[in-house]
Structures are given as structure tokens and as C-alpha cells.
Design a protein around this ligand. Structure first.
Ligand code: PEP
Length: 254
């Protein structure tokens, strides 16, 4: 696939996989995807498997991501994990503002932007998630919601930091539901997000930023989604938990 930006496909394993299961999965992915050079590959295991997975992918084309991090660098924040701790395992990416965290942990755009700045201070690239609910889409306020999330979650980033930031457009109604946005619906929102970023920064930065699509991406729909001009990769949940599904998504996107 001839794309303007190199695709980035990341697996969000969420709260799945013991260490042994995580190692099984990543060994399978290494085997299946060893020859992939055209696409940047990232896996985001739970914190407890970061250390072992990090060691397992040392000599591979797979990079490591985390699913969240604290906006603080150190101190009395029980249960939190700081960027400096992720760096110990060579974590390169961190998913921020996933809709599950926005919903269950009540994460706000302001908090996401603080976390994004903390990630950049550690040279970890944030994957900032945005997306509307079904109710919001049906009320015709999708652009207002997603535009607001983009502006709020990227607030305070410098141009250099924006250049090292990835966006994931994930319509909440498509996450884990088996319902995918049509390629046209996704493309329309990706173009809108790029235009919003151009307004906040400039055209060149907007042209370079990678915008992933997430929401029930499967081997069967990956090619059509990835062939849209403004879709630069995928953030994959459920289908990233099995070697076959994730590898086929990657192979079908080349
Ligand atoms: C996600 O949670 O980021 C996601 C896209 O999940 P799924 O692929 O299962 O819809």
C-alpha cells in the first residue's frame, strides 16, 4: 500500500495476558511478522508483562507501548506508574485518554494533556485517543466532541512534541462491539482531526501526524480502512490478543 505516512499498527492488550501468555503471544508475533518493514509495529501489554515482553522483543521489529502513565514524575501516588519507570523497560509509546479510562477513571482532556506532556518529557510518544459516543453521533455533535477532545488533550504541546505524538480516532460505539465505522465515516473524521491540528499548529505538522483508527479492526476490514488517505494505522483491541488475527491485520495492511 502506497501511503503518505508510514502506518503504525498497535495492539492494546488491555487487562489481558499473564506473563506466560504475553510471552506466548509476542513470540508468535515475532515469528509471523519478522519480515515486516513497511509498517511500524507496537504491542501494549499490561504493566506486569512489560519487563518480560521488553526483553523478548529486544532484537525484533516490534516496539513496546504502555496503556497509561501518571502525569506525575515521582511521589506519593499509590498505584500509579511514572514515565521514568516505563523508560526502564524501553517503552516507546503510551496510550493516553483511552475511552475506557475516560469513562471508568473519569479522565479529562486536561489530565490527558498533562500526561502527554509528562510522556514527552521522558521521550515516550503518546498515542492520544479521541472519539464520540453513539449518542453524540446520533445528536450530530461528533465534530464538536472530537474537536474539543483534540484541542483539550493536545493543549500546551510544543510543535516539536506534536511531531512526536500519535492520535487514535476511536468512536466509542465501535470499540469492542464488532461495529466498525465505515471507511468513509472514519476517513471523514480523520480528515477533520488533521484539519483541527493544522489550525492548532500548522499544515506541515498536520501533514506529518499519524492518525490511527480504532474500533473493531479485524483482518477482514483492515485493508479498506488502511487504504483511506488520512488513516495512518490502527489501534487494535480484541483482535490483538491472538497471533493470527493481529498478524493478518498487519499483513492485509501492507
Ligand atoms: C481499543 O480498545 O482501543 C479497541 C479499538 O478495541 P477493539 O479493537 O476491541 O474494538
Amino acid at each position: 500500500m502506497d501511503k503518505e505516512r508510514k502506518l503504525l499498527i498497535a495492539g492494546n492488550w488491555k487487562m489481558n495476558k499473564t506473563v506466560a501468555e504475553a510471552l506466548d503471544l509476542v513470540r508468535g508475533l515475532k515469528r509471523e511478522l519478522a519480515n515486516v518493514k513497511e509498517i511500524d509495529l507496537v504491542v501494549c501489554p499490561p504493566y506486569t508483562a512489560l519487563s518480560d515482553v521488553s526483553r523478548e522483543i529486544l532484537d525484533s521489529n516490534i516496539r513496546l507501548g504502555a496503556q497509561n502513565m501518571s502525569e506525575n514524575n515521582v511521589g506519593a501516588f499509590t498505584g500509579e506508574i511514572a514515565g521514568v519507570m516505563l523508560k526502564e523497560f524501553s517503552v516507546r509509546y503510551v496510550i493516553l485518554g483511552h475511552s475506557e479510562r475516560r469513562q471508568y477513571q473519569k479522565e479529562s482532556d486536561e489530565l490527558v494533556s498533562e500526561k502527554a506532556r509528562a510522556a514527552h518529557s521522558m521521550s515516550i510518544k503518546p498515542i492520544v485517543c479521541v472519539g464520540e459516543t453513539l449518542e453524540q453521533r446520533e445528536s450530530g455533535i461528533t465534530e464538536e466532541i472530537v474537536g474539543g477532545q483534540i484541542k483539550g488533550s493536545l493543549a500546551g504541546l510544543t510543535a516539536e512534541q506534536m511531531d512526536e505524538t500519535v492520535i487514535a480516532y476511536e468512536p466509542v460505539w465501535a470499540i469492542g462491539t464488532g461495529k466498525t465505522a465505515t471507511a468513509e465515516q472514519a476517513q471523514e473524521m480523520h480528515a477533520f482531526i488533521r484539519k483541527t491540528i493544522a489550525g492548532m499548529f500548522d499544515d506541515q505538522i498536520a501533514k506529518r501526524v499519524r492518525i490511527q483508527y480504532g474500533g473493531s479492526v479485524k483482518p477482514a476490514n483492515a485493508r479498506e480502512l488502511m487504504s483511506q488517505p488520512d488513516i495512518d494505522g490502527a489501534l487494535v483491541g480484541g483482535a490483538s490478543l491472538e497471533v493470527r488475527n493481529f498478524s493478518d491485520i498487519v499483513k492485509n495492511s501492507i
